[in-house]
Ligand binder design. Structure first.
Ligand SMILES: NC(=O)c1ccc[n+]([C@@H]2O[C@H](COP(=O)([O-])OP(=O)(O)OC[C@H]3O[C@@H](n4cnc5c(N)ncnc54)[C@H](OP(=O)(O)O)[C@@H]3O)[C@@H](O)[C@H]2O)c1
Length: 240
């Protein structure tokens, strides 16, 4: 897609990978509208010149607030980036179902709601793009994060079916699968992490190419291993 001149809604652009995506899109001539929750991070993003709509996307009210904040403006690009992990490990503390429910809504329900609500405006554009940010963990889960991995596998599956439905239309559907990236989400992890600007660069490049998937960094290796032996890839990732 020719990005210059387009308008994009990027959820969760106040931090992490999303904060890099919005800056790289703006540098390519895209008008960016983003969203977040945390007041300080919203203020910082606004002071950098971005429009930020405050919305907690783990709730239906938050999705509605984001749609209302758009004020029926036409959108060419929707990037469903906002997401969060959820501790859910029966070998440790008893899982908190409220945390699980919030993560399921944020990571899976909210993208589906936003796509559904914005489909009329996307369909009306000469060309449009939907980007769903999943994860390498959508391909094979790790044992410690069953809820998070299930939401990402669910969004991957939704994305693949949506792409088939929209084949032959002017709407391209891109799934972005980051590896472990250095953000607030992975602060507690000691494994090697990709810098967020590089992850965003690969996602934005895939948007420009019109690719179906952005398999970022080590996710390319995981995909190759999974295509050779899904059982082996699963065994390795479960220990991760
Ligand atoms: N980091 C990784 O290693 C990694 C790997 C694979 C996939 N991903 C995916 O990449 C995406 C971005 O992750 P990240 O690492 O950049 O995360 P991050 O640094 O924690 O940033 C998350 C962004 O989403 C927003 N957000 C979080 N919870 C929200 C909620 N309930 N309602 C609305 N906005 C919310 C945050 O806003 P506030 O700060 O205001 O809450 C922030 O702008 C997520 O979908 C994540 O699952 C990340």
């Amino acid at each position: 897609m020719q990005l210059s001149g387009k308008t994009a809604l990027v959820s969760g652009g106040t931090d992490g990978i999303g904060a890099q995506i919005i800056r790289q899109l703006r540098a390519k001539g895209v008008t960016v509208i983003t969203s977040g929750r945390n007041a300080e991070r919203i203020a910082a993003t606004r002071s950098d010149g971005f429009e930020v709509i405050e919305a907690d996307l783990s709730t239906l009210a938050g999705v509605q607030a984001l749609i209302a904040g758009l004020n029926a403006r036409p959108i060419d690009i929707l990037v469903n980036n906002a997401g969060a992990g959820a501790d859910h490990d029966f070998r440790e503390e008893p899982p908190d179902l409220a945390v699980a429910d919030a993560a399921i809504f944020l990571n899976l329900n909210a993208p589906i709601h936003l796509i559904t609500r914005l489909m009329p405006t996307l369909r009306a554009r000469p060309e449009a793009l939907i980007v769903n940010v999943t994860s390498g963990l959508a391909i094979a889960p790790r044992a410690g994060g069953p809820v998070y991995c299930a939401t990402k596998a669910g969004l991957r599956s939704y994305t693949q079916a949506l792409r088939a439905q929209l084949a032959g239309t002017a709407i391209t559907v891109l799934e972005a699968l980051p590896p472990v990236v250095e953000t607030r989400m992975t602060a507690a992890r000691t494994s090697k992490k990709m810098p967020a600007p590089e992850c965003a660069r690969q996602i934005v490049a895939a948007m420009e190419r019109g690719a179906a998937e952005a398999n970022v960094g080590l996710v390319k290796v995981l995909k190759a291993a999974h295509s050779l032996s899904p059982a082996l890839a699963r065994r390795i990732m479960l220990r991760f």
